[in-house]
Design a protein. Structure first.
Length: 234
């Protein structure tokens, strides 16, 4: 089904059981395949974006702000879930972001006052917060707008609304190598789509055994940036 057929049959589809979640999944699927909106052939190809991202990543490595990654394996055909539109490319997540580990805490480090410690439960249902008075490296904090991924029994991506917090070991912060060349909102939605795929496949428990190395190798469909974004001041 494409967007046109969806609109034609929307009334009938929307009355089906479990219609709203299914429609959300369908729209996400269209988005990550580049079928939700018409593609503009004048948009700068994603391969060009990737070159600039690689240059920026190289600068961050030289300045010792991120670690140099091990050589990446080529993306195999079986890892490509669908045929990409013209101008898109397949990339591994680590080519776009640094996957940063949170920190585990002993009981005596979790206090009733100080800097909030963001745990997985706080991202989902828990309103109970712990705090810490530790002074940590900057990459152990997340702030408003940061892209996070919870990877314990409850898992999935989040755009953190703030305020500045310390994030726990069961959360990764995905720090973009070049925010000017990557649409963070698209990447969030791609990871949301990936999360739904895992849950529907019945392999959600495998996230408990997810490693940072496996996360870095996740294959992402990278679209071009629309011209009105690519040409905006950086």
């Amino acid at each position: 089904m494409n967007p046109e057929r969806l609109l034609q049959h929307f009334d009938r589809i929307s009355e089906a059981p479990d219609a709203i979640p299914r429609l959300r999944r369908f729209i996400l699927d269209l988005a990550v395949r580049g079928k939700l909106v018409e593609q503009d052939p004048n948009d700068e190809p994603a391969a060009e974006l990737l070159k600039r991202i690689e240059e920026e990543k190289g600068r961050l490595v030289r300045e010792e702000k991120i670690k140099k990654e091990n050589p990446l394996s080529e993306i195999r055909s079986e890892e490509e879930s669908f045929q990409l539109p013209k101008g898109w490319v397949w990339v591994r997540l680590v080519q776009l972001t640094a996957v940063l580990n949170g920190r585990a805490y002993s009981k005596n480090e979790l206090l009733e006052a100080g800097t909030p410690v963001l745990r997985v439960g706080n991202l989902f249902t828990s309103n109970h917060w712990y705090y810490s008075n530790l002074e940590l490296e900057e990459d152990k904090y997340c702030d408003t707008g940061d892209l996070l991924f919870a990877w314990s029994a409850s898992f999935g991506p989040f755009l953190w609304p703030g305020p500045k917090v310390i994030y726990h070991y069961h959360i990764w912060k995905l720090a973009l190598h070049s925010s000017a060349d990557i649409d963070k909102n698209y990447l969030y939605r791609f990871l949301l789509h990936k999360t739904q795929e895992i849950k529907e496949s019945g392999h959600g428990v495998s996230m408990i055994h997810m490693t940072k190395e496996k996360m870095e190798k996740v294959v992402v469909s990278l679209p071009p940036l629309p011209n009105n974004i690519a040409s905006s001041p950086r």
